[in-house]
Design a protein around this ligand. Structure first.
Ligand code: PEP
Ligand code: MG
Length: 749
């Protein structure tokens, strides 16, 4: 790049900064900027278009176009040249705008006399904020240097917008971070919450985008990058030989940190007048824009590594560590791009809600959120860019909606909703101590699912009769290393103590599929849900299973013990697992440990195959629990984690219900105890139908026990059975509509 131009660009930025230093209101500042850019670049026109809403751009300031058009001229994303720059995030540089593809004539602006057009996106960290345009009468193509200069100015504009420089009396636009935002995500855990944003990773604020001493900025950048390299090397040494995957990520970091191209581009940005921080952000911004437009998963991952590295560099440069000194609000709603289960557990129950930009319904974090009964929304696009610490936020875990900085009317309607739920909870509290007895007299036992020590207090407050499913893998998932036998045994003992004699069904480790232990080598399986998981791992690597069984036996310490094996697909697997229990009991006895008063050994029915196991299996297994989450995904061949197909098949589909009836019947023949412990057991309508087809034990999230019990007590299972039979006769796809109608009629009585 020509020296002359670097100086020009620096001069322009310098003037821009001076223009910003005054006391003017937002609009005046914008006007000043357009004037300044137009004169500096020798153009008649300079205009700034900013987003009004997600797909409308508005002319917010101009030098050269008609003043009446300001705040009047609007265009949709993709419309006209300006709309195209915004939509495609590209630079459009043409000597003859009216002839350019996509040109749209806006008569109110008087732009028809301008021939050449140069538009660049105004974006910050990959997020489009608007478009900056210069136009001139002479038909000429702008030089690469001019394009670059305008891009640099656009970057500074974006930073200033972020800092709220254009807000104030007669504001050109309200600050982006003061507008209400509504985001649609996916429900990870139901529930509603109102509170204030707590950012897991606080945003780095760059308050000095422009700098006039490039040598000093170069030095700062070089020092910071050196520091970054050292810290990446240190991390590499620390993880050497421990964690291969982490090592690979760090190797990529190192590659980027040493990348000459990255460094060169940032140094060029500094030469053009940006501060070191702004230069890092400019490159980060470009990478993010590319990330959002790339379909290549590998490239996206690498760009995401670069993004993370840039954040680290920004923290070094600004001295803003993870700890910004901000104080956590009393009603924190955690907002993050993503979060690991261990980090989430550290926050624990003090969180009122969680909103993640990424994550998935079946992720470990979601499992922890569910266990802690904290409302969770995942896939809330853009939330980590839009939210600021302390923002008022509403989480609607029923609809999967997040209201950021809501209007008063929205907040009021939301509070009504919370109040209604609280009233319902009170109603449930009044039936806490009565059984879930239907009108026909039949009683359904309601148990709760758990997985953390933190769940146990719910045993009393929910009215559960026991723990029907204790997911032991959560204890393994939330640690960085394999827990020791003594730790596990102490934990299981505390669980049994807290249960105070109520039955706890300990499910042995169910890892694999989506639950990958951070300290175990991940297996690259094309189909992990159908891969090496749960009991398959347990039997192939019996060491861990034996250790866990020992811990359970020692924890029971003379009390009754109930163990359940996950994902049993055939009789032999159960036999082999049961053999391990017997062997471990014998070994423990030899070692002089007290044996449990009784040991019940059961299996989860999670694959259709087990429903067709030999009669002998049903005779030998002491109890069975239907893991409906897995069973349903295999029955319909519809991935439980895949949002596209997850809800396609109704649990109350008659094929599935008929299949469940078959299982109930087989268990009846052999007198085998049967329960259902998948998520569907906690949905009132589903629970009612399960009870109607003969399931007498349901295990669910503690918060579901009240609603399920309340519905069961209002219904007659004989009547529901008749409805199900009639739906079968008619050939209905699902019994849901018919049962729903029946339930509504019960409400009216
Ligand atoms: C199930 O599959 O229904 C179940 C309870 O197990 P998990 O959800 O832990 O796979
Ligand atoms: Mg399962």
């Amino acid at each position: 790049m020509a020296d002359r131009f670097e100086t020009e660009s620096r001069k322009l930025l310098g003037r821009l900064r001076d223009a910003m230093a005054g006391e003017e209101a937002g609009q005046e500042r914008l006007d000043k900027i357009t004037h300044l850019i137009a004169t500096s670049m020798g153009c008649e026109v300079c205009s700034i278009y900013l987003f009004r809403d997600e797909d409308t751009l508005e002319l917010c300031a101009t030098e050269g176009l008609k003043a009446e058009a300001v705040h009047e001229t609007r265009m949709k994303l993709g419309e006209g040249l300006v709309g195209r720059v915004a939509k495609k995030r590209i630079v459009i540089n043409t000597p003859n705008a009216p002839q350019a593809p996509g040109f749209r004539f806006m008569p109110e602006t008087g732009e028809e006399i301008y021939s050449s057009f140069l538009g660049v996106p105004v974006q910050r960290l990959g997020e489009a904020l608007g478009v900056l345009v210069v136009q001139s009468k002479t038909a000429r193509e702008f030089s690469a240097d001019e394009v670059y200069a305008l891009e640099v100015v656009a970057m500074v504009l974006a930073e200033m917008t972020e800092l709220g420089v254009f807000v104030g009396e007669g504001a050109a636009m309200s600050a982006r971070h003061s507008q209400p935002v509504l985001l649609q995500g996916t429900v990870g855990q139901e529930g509603v919450a109102e509170g204030h944003v707590w950012l897991h990773e606080p945003r780095v604020v760059v308050s000095n985008p422009i700098a006039d001493d490039p040598e000093r900025e170069e030095e700062r950048l070089t020092e910071a990058v050196d520091q970054l390299r050292i810290s990446v090397d240190q991390m590499l040494t620390m993880t050497a030989g421990v964690d291969k995957e982490q090592q690979q990520v760090l190797e990529t970091y190192r590659m980027f940190a040493n990348s000459k191209g990255w460094m060169r581009r940032m140094l060029e940005d500094i030469q053009s007048g940006l501060s070191a921080e702004a230069a890092v952000e400019k490159e980060q911004s470009l990478a993010r824009a590319r990330m959002s437009q790339s379909n290549d998963a590998y490239l996206r991952e690498r760009l995401s590594d670069l993004d993370d590295l840039s954040n680290r560099l920004l923290r070094i440069l600004t001295g803003q560590g993870a700890d910004t000194g901000a104080e956590m609000p009393v009603d924190p709603i955690l907002v993050a791009r993503n979060i690991g289960p261990a980090e989430l557990l550290e926050y624990g129950r003090k969180l009122k809600g969680i909103v993640l930009e990424q994550g998935s319904v079946g992720s470990h974090a979601a499992i922890v959120a569910r266990a802690l009964a904290i409302p969770l929304i995942v896939h809330a696009n853009r939330i980590s860019n839009d939210a600021l610490n302390g923002d008022h936020i509403l989480v609607d875990g029923e609809q999967g909606i997040v209201h950021l900085r809501p209007d008063d009317s929205v907040a009021a309607a939301f509070r009504d909703k919370i109040a209604m739920q609280a009233a319902a909870q009170e109603r449930y509290a009044s039936i806490l101590d009565v059984p879930a007895q239907a009108k026909c007299g039949e009683i359904v036992a309601l148990h709760m699912n758990a997985g953390l020590m933190a769940d146990l207090p719910s045993l009393g407050s929910s009215g559960a009769e026991g723990v029907g499913l204790f997911r032991t893998e959560l204890q393994f998932l939330v640690r960085n290393q394999m827990p020791k036998r003594s730790e596990l045994s102490a934990l299981y003992a505390r669980v049994l103590d807290a249960a105070g004699g109520k039955r706890v069904v300990f499910r042995t480790l169910d890892i694999g599929s989506d639950k990958v232990l951070p300290y175990m080598k991940p297996n690259d399986e094309p189909n992990p849900a159908m891969g090496w998981r749960a009991i398959r791992v347990g039997l192939d690597k019996p060491g861990i299973m034996r250790m866990q069984l020992q811990a359970l036996i020692r924890a029971a310490n003379g009390r009754p013990l109930t163990v359940m094996f996950p994902f049993i697909a055939q009789f032999e697997e159960f036999r082999a697992a049961k053999f391990e229990v017997d062997k471990t009991l014998a070994r423990e006895k030899r070692l002089g440990h007290v044996l449990p008063a009784s040991v019940e050994v059961g299996a989860m029915l999670e694959t259709p195959s087990l429903a067709f196991a030999p009669q002998k299996f049903f005779e030998e297994v002491q109890f069975l629990s239907i893991g409906g989450n897995d069973l349903k995904q295999f029955f319909f061949a519809a991935d439980r984690e895949n949002e596209r197909v997850r809800r396609r098949y109704d649990t109350l589909n008659l094929s599935f219900l008929t299949f469940l009836e078959g299982i109930v019947e087989r268990c009846r023949q052999t007198n085998t105890a049967l329960s259902f412990c998948g998520e569907d057991a906690g949905r009132p309508l589903e629970a009612l139908c399960f009870a109607a087809i003969g399931l007498r034990t349901l295990s669910m999230r503690p918060a579901s026990i009240g609603p399920v019990k309340s519905l069961l007590r209002r219904c007659n299972l004989d009547e529901v059975r008749v409805i199900i039979e009639a739906a079968k006769e008619r050939g209905d796809m699902s019994v849901r509509p018919a049962v729903l109608e029946y339930v509504k009629a019960q409400h009216q009585h």
